[in-house]
Design a binder for this molecule. Structure first.
Ligand code: NOJ
Length: 536
């Protein structure tokens, strides 16, 4: 077991938006394959690709119509094989998205299930009679838009459950045949060489739900996501999710050296349960703490300290700053702090995940109302929930459409307005660019186990500064100090007495090889990775 995922860095690709090789304005597998050398050069270890399967695209692939195929927009199974082979040749792993909670309403399983009450696949989904008042069986609401999570089907006179869109009926993991079919999907892809899975909404999978109304959420106010009107007592984080987690892990463990990542949006104490009581569920339950934290030194330190204290000794930490469901990190915290944030991400213990384009500091794209694609924005416009801004094409160069697709093609979402300055080609030539910073940090992390695996200890510092020490996982050698200035003012911090070191990387560039001792002055929005030469 090499446990590559412990020291590795995961890079998330949203396949529609990475590289369009065939000129239809939508990214594809051949495009990703073409760009693998870029990822290898960046120094990441694995590429996680959001869903590539046949799908009517009601939720851009998170509505799967065939778990063992490839959408024609993205290519063919041969293209998938080619991608896996090329990635492996370059030393990169491939992680696929596995949509555990629901399929598409166009999946043949659902088509059969809805065809009659006594169809053998009826029970592969959740079908219920109307409630006593003739309406939906429970008050559960759909994640997108806050309407009922139940859709009435005229043909058979029953409702089916859909936690997300009506086009995304929930799968019943209580049914043994469904389970077998879904678990075989994992084997299908691992047999083709896939190195692991990111399990979509892993904390929602249901085996034997109680059909009870969810209580109202007293904190809900007008202007908030309507879906949050109710608490989710009976719809998420049920013991069922752990039953399913263990089943998935059992299958993943049939193969060598694969990784199981779970999308679990829960507070830290409940997140920990997804490692499994006997370390038998997810290797990495996604830690969204840094996404949900206020971007201040105090708040971020609190989150990291808290998380570090909770991760079980049999578990492994992980961190992420952005993904396809959130506003871009650079837009949330600003371009200067985006650099500080990546210094943090790449110097913490555990496995970091980088969202495509974040290594350049790509901000949210601008989506004119007539170009909105995301069903969430279409259902609840104007609340800032839309996810299109974070899904705009990767910015490769100054070429038309930022090099994402051929000049005569029309990208499916508009290219960001700043693509002329924020792109790979330009940033590769600038030693001070965010891309160069990310590469430097990745290289440092790879060379120094202290930075990816060593213990973490934070310091009490003046407000606005977050500082922590890392050292070799084996002994107290190979020590590093990371000091991050979360403010737009200069900050000073008196280093521990007698400590001196050498700067290995600075978030704002230009301080490499500086010697530091005594009072450390941090420029506005700067951060330093310091190799400790001497400590008391
Ligand atoms: C979480 C995914 O990240 C998101 O993009 C998707 O819409 C929902 N799950 C539903 O599958």
């Amino acid at each position: 077991m090499s446990n590559w995922w412990k020291h590795g860095i995961v890079y998330q690709v949203y396949p529609r938006s990475f590289q369009d090789a065939d000129g239809d304005g939508v990214g594809d597998l051949a495009g990703i394959t073409d760009r693998l050398p870029y990822l290898a050069d960046l120094g990441v270890d694995a590429v996680w690709i959001s869903p590539i399967y046949p799908s009517p695209m009601a939720d851009f692939g998170y509505d799967v119509a065939d778990y063992t195929g490839v959408h024609e927009l993205f290519g063919t199974l041969d293209d998938a094989d080619q991608l896996i082979e090329s990635a492996h040749d370059l030393g990169l792993k491939v992680i696929l998205d596995y949509v555990v909670n629901h399929s598409s309403h166009q999946h043949p399983w659902f088509q059969e299930s809805r065809s009659s009450r006594d169809n053998p696949k009826r029970d592969w989904y959740f079908w219920k009679d109307p409630g006593p008042d003739g309406g939906p069986p429970t008050n559960w609401v759909s994640r997108f838009g806050g309407g009922s999570a139940w859709e009435f089907d005229e043909q058979t006179g029953q409702y089916y459950l859909h936690t997300y869109l009506a086009e995304q009926p929930d799968l019943n993991w209580g049914n043994a045949d469904l389970r077998r079919a879904m678990l075989d999907v994992l084997r299908f892809w691992m047999d083709r060489g896939v190195d692991g899975f990111r399990v979509d909404v892993a904390y929602r999978a249901m085996v034997a739900p109680q059909w009870r109304d969810n209580p109202p959420n007293p904190d809900w106010q007008e202007g908030m996501d309507p879906y949050r009107k109710l608490q989710e007592t009976y719809t998420k984080n049920l013991p069922d999710a752990h039953v399913v987690g263990r089943m998935l892990r059992d299958v993943v463990d049939e193969y060598d050296d694969r990784v199981l990542i779970g999308e679990v949006t829960l507070p830290v104490d409940r997140l920990m349960a997804f490692y499994g009581e006997n370390a038998d569920e997810y290797h990495l339950p996604f830690n969204f703490n840094l996404i949900h934290s206020d971007w201040t030194a105090d708040s971020v330190r609190e989150h990291v300290d808290d998380y570090e204290q909770h991760v079980p000794t049999t578990g492994w930490p992980n961190y992420v700053l952005g993904n396809h469901d959130q506003h871009r990190f650079a837009s949330r915290v600003g371009p200067e702090q985006a650099r500080v944030g990546h210094m943090l991400l790449l110097t913490l213990r555990g496995t970091p995940t980088i969202y495509y384009g974040d290594e350049l500091g790509m901000p949210d794209g601008r989506i004119p109302p007539e170009m909105v694609q995301d069903p969430w924005e279409l259902k609840t416009p104007g609340l800032g929930l839309g996810r299109d801004p974070a899904r705009t094409p990767m910015q490769w160069s100054k070429a038309p459409h930022a090099g994402f697709c051929p000049p005569d093609a029309e990208p499916w979402l508009p290219v960001g307005p700043d693509a002329n300055v924020i792109n790979v080609e330009v940033q590769q030539q600038e030693a001070s660019s965010m891309l160069s910073l990310t590469k430097r940090l990745i290289a440092l992390r790879r060379e120094n186990p202290a930075l990816h695996a060593g213990p973490y200890r934070s310091f009490d510092t003046p407000e606005g500064v977050f500082a922590y020490a890392r050292q070799s996982p084996e002994d107290d050698t190979d020590r590093f100090l990371i000091a991050l200035n979360f403010t737009a003012e200069t900050q000073t911090w008196a280093l521990p007495d007698g400590l001196h070191g050498t700067v290995e990387a600075s978030a704002r560039y230009g301080r490499r090889d500086d010697t530091v001792r005594g009072i450390l002055a941090l420029r506005p929005n700067d951060g330093l990775v310091i190799r400790v030469d001497h400590a008391p």
